[in-house]
Design a protein around this ligand. Structure first.
Ligand code: UN1
Length: 507
């Protein structure tokens, strides 16, 4: 508390500030500013957003294309220095970021801290990778008298289209990766959270990243469509829903222009399997964190818990005990475990899902939430019993956990059912039997497999993150192969036995 209180006071002072998100290069005649309301209290505004116009998208591409060769020629070391300077500035502006994470995105204080740390980690990690992969050419073997070298370059103008659930970390992660690899970046943040993005971009410019190399274009899906339809675009890094990734893929495929790269990190239908050897206290802690932290609004979050029949009643009783102790409320309060969901649409979709299950006579537990929370987009944390993950048709992006029971002999079938969803993002296992771990590991088609711990909060560099199938294209964010997808490789082959002349084309 001694450390925390001054921070809270500073955050409270910042609460009065009003923020704006406009395109990096605003038009001569700016259009209408749309209000951005706070997810936990829709009667309060945190700032305004003006959507980019088609003219601004065009102008952004022109500027980006002009600066990109120079930005690429700076080399990995120089770009790394600028990204590291941005990381330092992000840390200096912790208060503003935490305040915006709460007020614009409804994040709890602890989630806000994690968000900022992850953004800083991405900046420093991709800076390091830029040095490793983009500063020096790689000399390749060949016959005597031949010199073969491979160099990595930016592909050109890259777009990043980022989600509201990690409005700072993923926004910064995708943009800094594209920059580190030598691309000029056109960044479109989620329409719900452009203010956090605007602060991040402002600090990147203060750090010395040229404004033309990182341009912000706020807006909704129509702005994303204008950007992805542009034939000057060399690639897109997208995080969000599977359906939007598929739509972007179609738009890119329909253009006459360079064949664009798509790097997509999308949804999940994530399960956890708990067998009778698991430690119940650990299971309770990890289930609650995986399903309800961040109000379940993580693509990594636990949606479907499989409990081995022999221990299911006991485990469920304990999980419900912990579940009833969750505090739902104002994200600015330190005591809050579960904040609001992002907006009324998200809230309504989750309520419809719960109501349908109730109609189907499923056993449903819901927390009571305070009437005062009616001003915000709160969804009462919910646990629903089901037979199988097959009963879930879509991703339910919020604080709703489903539970099913299985017999020991059915473990193989459970994994087949999980694979059959087509998603492949995270999977949790609680078991102290090594053979079980190996069995699941060998069969599960998922990007991130977590054993005897929670299944959220992948750490940059230690746990590169991303899925397969309907969950995304790879490569993993925060991993050693990520930057290569933003780059193009150029190989030079010189016959060093040929006699050199003195005349030069450049003379
Ligand atoms: C997302 O929610 O869009 O491991 C992906 C985690 C986070 C998930 C980010 N890296 O929980």
């Amino acid at each position: 508390p001694l450390v925390r209180e001054p921070l809270i006071e500073r955050l409270e002072k910042l609460a009065g500030l009003h923020w704006h998100a406009e395109p990096t290069f605003p038009a001569e005649e700016p259009g209408e500013m749309a209000p951005i309301t706070m997810p936990h209290d829709l009667t309060r505004e945190v700032g305004t957003r003006r959507d980019a116009t088609q003219e601004e998208v065009d102008a952004a591409f022109e500027r980006a294309a002009k600066i990109q060769p120079g930005w690429d020629a700076l080399g990995g070391e120089n770009r790394a220095l600028l990204l590291e300077e941005a990381a330092d500035l992000f840390e200096e502006h912790t208060d503003e970021f935490l305040s915006l994470c709460q007020r614009e995105a409804g994040k709890t204080l602890l989630d806000g801290v994690a968000e900022l740390r992850e953004a800083v980690d991405f900046l420093r990690y991709y800076a390091m990778e830029a040095r490793r992969q983009f500063e020096h050419p790689v000399h390749l073997p060949g016959p005597t008298g031949e010199e073969n070298t491979l160099r990595m370059h930016g592909r050109g103008v890259f777009a990043t289209i980022s989600p509201w659930n990690f409005p700072l970390a993923i926004f910064t992660g995708m943009a800094s990766a594209a920059l580190a690899a030598g691309n000029a970046v056109i960044a479109k943040p989620a329409e719900q959270t452009p203010l956090i993005a605007a602060l991040a971009v402002k600090l990147c410019h203060e750090a010395g990243i040229p404004p033309e190399a990182l341009q912000l274009l706020p807006g909704a899906g129509d702005v994303g469509q204008m950007i992805t339809a542009d034939p000057r675009l060399a690639g897109v890094a997208f995080t969000g829903s599977t359906e939007t990734a598929q739509a972007i893929n179609r738009t890119l495929a329909g253009r006459d222009g360079p064949i664009a790269t798509l790097i997509a990190e999308t949804g999940g239908q994530n399960a956890m399997i708990v067998d009778s050897s698991a430690l119940p206290e650990q299971v309770v802690r990890d289930v609650l964190a995986s399903a309800f932290q961040s109000a379940g609004q993580r693509c990594s979050a636990l949606r479907m818990l499989y409990l081995q029949e022999d221990v299911a009643d006991e485990m469920l009783a304990m999980i419900r005990g912990g579940f009833h102790a969750l505090n739902v409320g104002d994200p600015a309060k330190l005591s809050t475990d579960v904040g609001p969901v992002i907006d009324p649409d998200a809230q309504a979709a989750l309520e419809r899902h719960v109501a349908r299950r109730q109609q189907n006579n499923r056993i449903v537990w819901r927390l009571e939430i305070d009437e005062q929370l009616a001003k915000g987009c709160f969804v009462a944390p919910t646990i629903i019993e089901l037979d199988s993950i097959i009963d879930l048709k879509r991703e339910n992006f919020g604080p709703v956990l489903h539970v099913a029971r299985f017999k020991a002999s059915e473990l193989g079938q459970v994994i087949e059912d999980i694979n059959a969803t087509g998603y492949g993002l995270t999977l949790g296992l609680h078991s102290r039997i090594e053979a079980t771990r190996r069995f699941v590991q060998a069969r599960a088609k998922v990007g991130n497999f977590y054993v005897n711990r929670n299944q959220i909060g992948a750490i940059v560099e230690s746990q590169p993150f991303g899925g397969e199938g309907l969950s995304g294209t790879g490569p993993k964010a925060g991993g050693p192969h990520y930057l290569a997808r933003f780059a193009t490789e150029r190989v030079t082959c010189i016959d060093t036995t040929a006699a050199g002349g003195n005349a030069s084309l450049l003379a």
